[in-house]
Design a protein around this ligand. Structure first.
Ligand code: NI
Length: 170
């Protein structure tokens, strides 16, 4: 396994639309394992392949609570099951240090392939539903900051640029 470098907003590579995985083979399984390692190292709860500059539809999630197992989603698709909207504070390993409230449907039905290439379906709600939608956005080149106002997004861009300058000089 190997740690991969996580791209950060506003890197244009984060805007790439990922392609479907055609076969879940050993190289995909290595990618999945690397993604888990990278996500745990960065102390995140979700990571999309897009974020490590691999443009395939692969996501790993681990909410690290008692209820949920680590989740691998290959070629994920979801349907919204409710009109109810969650307002949850979101963060992202590609937008470090920024947390903002985003509105998303509270309950979804997911269909995806697992690490063994088997299809599965499940329903998710609350934080897990939000996390799945956040990660699927990544595969479509979309970031959670795109759900915010233009003004907020440009403030976040300046804040991150400033953080980078400070890191470079310290
Ligand atoms: Ni993210």
């Amino acid at each position: 396994m190997a740690l991969r470098k996580i791209l950060e907003f506003p890197d244009s590579r984060l805007r790439t639309v990922a392609k479907d995985v055609e076969t879940v083979n050993d190289s995909i399984r290595t990618l999945v394992d690397d993604m888990f390692e990278t996500m745990y190292e960065a102390q995140g709860i979700g990571l999309a392949a897009t974020q490590i500059d691999v443009h395939l539809r692969v996501v790993v999630i681990d909410l690290q609570d008692d209820e949920n197992q680590p989740l691998v989603m290959i070629n994920p698709k979801f349907k919204t099951l409710t009109q109810e909207i969650d307002e949850m504070q979101e963060g992202c390993l590609s937008v470090p240090g920024v947390y903002e409230v985003v509105k998303r449907p509270d309950r979804i039905r997911l269909k995806a392939f697992n690490r063994d290439g088997e299809v599965y379906e499940m329903e998710a709600e609350g934080l897990l539903a939000v996390c799945i939608q956040h990660e699927c956005d990544h595969l479509n080149g979309k970031l959670f900051v795109d759900h915010l106002s233009t003004l907020k997004r440009s403030r976040i861009r300046s804040k991150l640029a400033k953080q980078k300058r400070t890191e470079a000089t310290s």
